[in-house]
Design a protein around this ligand. Structure first.
Ligand SMILES: Nc1ncnc2c1ncn2[C@@H]1O[C@H](COP(=O)(O)OP(=O)(O)OP(=O)(O)O)[C@@H](O)[C@H]1O
Ligand SMILES: [Mg+2]
Length: 321
């Protein structure tokens, strides 16, 4: 069996979960370091929630192994693991006829939280709901309910916090508030496992992301994934097209290809933008071109995602000239 290792909050080895004939996820392996914000991305039905529920001891894996917050994921360790983690599920799971405070009191009791009063006050402040503590959960908006669910997940002061689409259905301002809360938790050293469909959210918040579609497609830092998947390129904008682009770009160090667009723009495929850019600039000046801009093309995490999930979805044209 895998031993617990310092510095790792999650170790997942060839984990699989099937429901009868249906494979929810298969042969998934990754590690999450203590204090990391780890994004888990994938299309609907990819197996994200099932992974969260499996690592959270709510479901038994079909195959494979894992260590969660230092403890091997086995049925006999369920109580011990649940003491160290918390899950904010896809749907908040609150008692709508109880007030916010009553809900938190109920769950604090269930989780056997020490000093429940102070703890509840603390989490209410953390999610900025202190002034709504007396409101019935049924009378709260979706975003406010989401915040109560987050408060509930924080009650037990978890080492590892699983957030299953915490910003689904929230307006941009409410989503920003959740992002700020996640930032605050990270500063306190809480490890966060975040599933999301908001790719810009993952790009902004996560140290590393995994892309799942039943099997794991990739794991890495967003910038690493971009560089792995897409050729590096420089975009040059000129006032007028070059009379002889072959003469200008041909044979420049670090430039492996180029393509022109209709409006005096050129996409240059390069091995390293920092190496290629000075030579490209000199060549353009020598060709007496009027340069509007030379920039490094930025692919987003969304491009990476679409490329891995559905390669036909985006234009990845990097043709040589
Ligand atoms: N209790 C269950 N019984 C049978 N099949 C299930 C069960 N839970 C999940 N599944 C199936 O497992 C697959 C993965 O579902 P899961 O909820 O993990 O996806 P997800 O990545 O969280 O998707 P979404 O983005 O829509 O939330 C789906 O095909 C789903 O129908
Ligand atoms: Mg889900």
């Amino acid at each position: 069996m895998v031993k617990s290792q310092g510095g790792l909050a999650l170790e997942v080895h060839n984990l699989s979960k099937r429901f009868g004939d249906r494979v929810a996820f298969s042969d998934v392996s990754f590690e999450v370091r203590v204090g990391e914000v780890f994004g888990f991305l994938g299309p609907n039905g990819a197996g994200k929630t099932t992974t969260v529920r499996t690592l959270g001891t709510l479901l038994e894996p079909t195959a494979g192994s894992a260590v969660v917050a230092g403890i091997p994921l086995r049925p006999e360790n369920g109580v011990e693991i649940r003491r160290r983690i918390a899950i904010m599920p896809e749907s908040p799971g609150l008692y709508l006829r109880l007030s916010v405070r009553e809900n938190l009191e109920f769950f604090a009791d269930l989780y056997e939280v020490d000093g429940p009063r102070e703890r509840i006050d603390g989490v209410l402040r953390a999610v900025r709901l202190a002034d709504r503590a007396g409101d019935l959960c049924g009378a709260l908006s979706k975003g406010l309910r989401q915040r109560v669910a987050l408060a509930r997940a924080l009650l037990s002061d978890p080492q590892v916090l699983f957030l299953d689409e915490p910003t689904a259905g929230l307006d941009p301002v409410a989503a920003r508030e959740v992002h700020a809360l996640i930032g605050g938790l990270r500063r306190r050293g809480v490890t966060i496992f975040l599933t999301t469909h908001r790719l810009e959210e993952a790009e902004r918040l996560c140290d590393r992301v995994a892309i799942l579609s039943t099997t794991l497609r990739t794991v890495g830092r967003p910038d690493e994934l971009r560089d792995q998947i897409f050729a590096q390129s420089l975009t040059v904008r000129l006032v007028a097209p070059l009379p002889d682009p072959v003469a200008t770009f041909g044979g420049l160090p670090g430039v492996t290809g180029w393509a022109a667009d209709e409006s005096a723009g050129y996409a240059l495929t390069v091995s390293d933008p920092a190496v290629a850019a000075p030579g490209v600039t000199r060549a353009l000046v020598a060709a007496r071109a009027d340069v509007l801009s030379i920039s490094r093309s930025q692919r987003s995490l969304e491009d990476v995602y679409l490329e891995l999930i559905d390669p036909a979805a985006i234009d990845t044209d990097h043709e040589s000239g």
